[in-house]
Design a protein around this ligand. Structure first.
Ligand code: GLN
Length: 309
């Protein structure tokens, strides 16, 4: 069936958000970063951005939240622009099948992270960015401000400090990569920028706008070429296979769109040729993906009969 844009209305999204309220209380907010555990869990938002920039939204779609691992999508964009295919020396493109912050494969894979969307891979990407950019966090913020058309975007320093203070696992992964010769910059410097990227705050509307170029062959809604069509297709392929950590297969099965999640409770998904969507609710399932955001996206794609497969 062909996608009918007229079915994706504010009314449709508002109904989904209302129905989703019955799932509140079934998940758990991320508590390994103490500043994230303090968030009000009873929030649900969703926003769709069509390729022409039109927005449809419902619930808390304009409330900024911690983007966390969704930042990995945009640091990959920056790194691909800077390195092109050279980027893949020392960073894999396979789903890990393990938790987002697992270290087990890093040892057996000789310090080469499985993909850029798990923590080890994103730390390697941040290391590459550190080598070529004078101020990686500022430059990421500038990219996001432009893509979301929101000059007010910023990182929450309290969340970044909280994560840095509890970031032994990420530090261990970075040092292990360094021991294998797959990490060039001082670990503490890279951790600092990585944590600030994760602590950037954006709303569903901001994130849907910022990722819509992935649905439009690399062209942003304001008409700017962000990546080539070829690079865009490949990022979508990585999102489809690796974007939801060890639930990537389940997400492909149930939602059927390339996606990227974060422990702040947001999930971005892309329907190439049509729209991007961001759902948000802070309570997570055991894998670390938002329980309600996953449900919202399942319902959206089921009811609209949208899937890339
Ligand atoms: N900042 C988080 C971490 O490094 C991001 C993890 C995530 O969103 N899955 O653990």
């Amino acid at each position: 069936m062909t996608f009918k844009r007229s079915a994706l209305t504010e009314h449709f999204l508002t109904d989904l958000v209302e129905e989703a309220k019955q799932l509140l209380g079934q998940g758990k907010t991320a508590d390994y970063i103490p500043a994230l555990a303090a968030i009000d869990p009873n929030q649900i938002g969703i926003a769709v951005c069509f390729n022409d920039g039109d927005i449809v939204q419902a619930g808390a779609a304009q409330t900024p939240f911690s983007i966390q691992s969704i930042s990995k999508l945009f640091t990959l964009v920056q790194a691909l622009k800077l390195y092109q295919d050279e980027l893949w020396q020392g960073i894999g493109r396979e789903p890990s099948g393990h938790r987002f912050n697992s270290m087990v494969q890093l040892e057996t894979d000789h310090g080469v992270p499985r993909n850029p969307f798990i923590n080890a891979g994103a730390l390697a990407i941040c290391d590459r960015l550190q080598s070529r950019l004078s101020a990686p966090t500022f430059q990421l913020l500038e990219l996001l401000r432009k893509l979301a058309d929101n000059p007010a975007l910023h990182a929450n320093n309290q969340v970044a400090r909280s994560e840095l203070a509890h970031g032994s696992r990420n530090a261990a992964m970075a040092y292990l990569m360094k021991a294998f010769g797959n990490f060039s910059n001082p670990v503490e410097q890279v951790l600092h920028s990585y944590c600030h990227h994760c602590a950037i705050e954006m709303s569903c509307v901001d994130l849907a706008k910022a990722s819509v170029f992935l649905a439009n062959k690399g062209i942003s809604f304001s008409g700017e070429a962000i990546l080539s069509a070829d690079q865009t297709t490949r990022i979508n392929a990585l999102m489809a296979t690796c974007g939801l950590y060890d639930a990537s297969g389940e997400f492909a099965y149930e939602v059927g769109l390339p996606g990227k999640s974060g422990v702040g409770g947001g999930i971005v998904a892309v329907y190439p040729g049509h729209f991007s969507v961001c759902a948000w609710s802070p309570e997570l399932n055991p894998v670390g993906n938002s329980l309600i955001s996953t449900w919202l996206l399942e319902q959206l794609t089921d009811r609209l009969e949208v899937s890339i497969y």
